[in-house]
Design a protein around this ligand. Structure first.
Ligand SMILES: [Zn+2]
Length: 383
């Protein structure tokens, strides 16, 4: 008892320091780097990342204590019960076999459309045909956006298709971690933060979610048989011009949609107990550290270090070559936070990747941390 009390005090002291010093420095750097990147729009200049520090808003008014309290409130917002395994309202629609082209795949698209339309978000679809080893297939990325006119989007993402198995096994694989749980987490984050996100209206910043299609290979993973949706979207958005006519602060608007992505956060293979996440991308090390700090604050009653999932330690040399939907964006200079356990769950691509593999406490924990991180990143705790 005494030991855990001492531990709590120590946490508080350490985190308070991390919060006030590190965070404020990050904010200043971010403001500088954000304005630099918005002005650096010479033709041929690659997308300039602005994501390696936490953005600040010019209208920040909350004191440290108020911000702390706001983040705590966000962590405790209702809705987590909708991630209950297996019948929680956010999770159940995704816990079905949903290979590209199946009826369930279509139903999941309907669910995403319906849910985000009801939230008042802009829903758009990137529908296209592509050749696969099993013939031409139609894919459909779904992009939902709180403020589509914003020129600086924090983008969260996961893939909603599931791995295809040929008959007679076509209905046997669910992919609960891959990626039913990440999709359900995204629904929670959008829903729980929706009214707070209204405060960003007119600021030029916003939250966007991409549900990628066709992440899985049909026959054998390779550059032309996998990540169909993300490869297509990254290409289309690199060529297309931004919808935004001008940005809120008078700076030059991004030239293409891909440049409106401040940072792409990709969630994958989440939901089993004992998940360990590592800092996998050099462009977002500061953000990974930030998540880790916030996790320790949000879960200050955790019994031991083992209860923390975000482990920035040993960051040197722990870079991954994991292939996933982030790659086409990384290749185009987008800062990416890839939240995937580098040691894949044991059930990965097995028929056992179903509801029985999931750990509800882990899902709730990760969702709380992500809520708080998104709120913190977008400055929603400053009001
Ligand atoms: Zn997979």
């Amino acid at each position: 008892m005494l030991q855990s009390f001492v531990r709590l005090i120590l946490f508080f002291a350490v985190l308070q320091q991390a919060w006030s010093v590190d965070y404020l420095q990050q904010q200043q750097q971010q403001q500088q780097s954000a304005s630099t990147s918005l002005q650096a729009t010479e033709p041929g200049v690659e997308h300039t990342p602005a994501a390696n520090a936490t953005p600040a808003t010019a209208t920040a008014t909350a004191t440290e204590a108020e911000r702390e309290e706001n983040l705590r409130t966000i962590a405790q917002l209702p809705g987590l019960e909708k991630l209950a395994v297996p019948n929680g309202a956010y999770l159940k629609p995704f816990l079905v076999p949903r290979p590209v082209g199946s009826e369930e795949h279509r139903q999941v698209q309907d669910y995403i459309r319906r849910t985000f339309t009801a939230l008042g978000w802009h829903v758009e679809e990137d529908r296209f045909d592509d050749r696969t080893p099993l013939g031409v297939k139609t894919f459909n990325n779904i992009i939902v956006t709180k403020f589509p006119e914003a020129t600086r989007q924090l983008v969260l993402s996961a893939h909603y298709d599931s791995l295809y198995f040929p008959p007679p096994n076509e209905k046997r694989f669910i992919g609960a971690t891959d990626s039913s749980v990440p999709c359900a987490m995204l629904v929670d984050i959008a829903t729980s933060l929706n009214s707070r996100l209204d405060r960003l209206r007119g600021t030029g910043r916003g939250l966007q979610i991409i549900f990628f299609d066709g992440e899985e290979a049909f026959v054998k993973w390779g550059p032309t048989d996998s990540t169909y949706g993300s490869r297509h979207l990254a290409k289309v958005w690199s060529a297309g011009s931004s919808r935004a006519a001008s940005s809120a602060n008078g700076a030059a608007p991004p030239r293409s949609r891909i440049e409106s992505i401040e940072m792409l956060v990709l969630l994958d293979l989440l939901g089993v107990k004992d998940t360990i996440l590592r800092d996998l991308q050099t462009t977002t090390t500061a953000q990974f550290k930030r998540i880790s700090q916030l996790e320790r604050r949000a879960a200050a009653d955790a019994a031991s270090d083992d209860d923390y999932y975000f482990r920035p330690y040993g960051e040197f040399g722990f870079r991954s070559g994991i292939q996933d939907d982030h790659v086409p964006f990384v290749q185009r200079g987008v800062p990416v936070l890839h939240l995937i356990p580098p040691v894949f769950p044991e059930v990965w691509h097995q028929f056992t990747d179903n509801a029985s593999a999931l750990d509800e406490a882990t899902i709730r924990h990760l969702t709380i941390v992500m809520r708080v991180f998104v709120a913190d990143y977008l400055g929603l705790a400053q009001f």
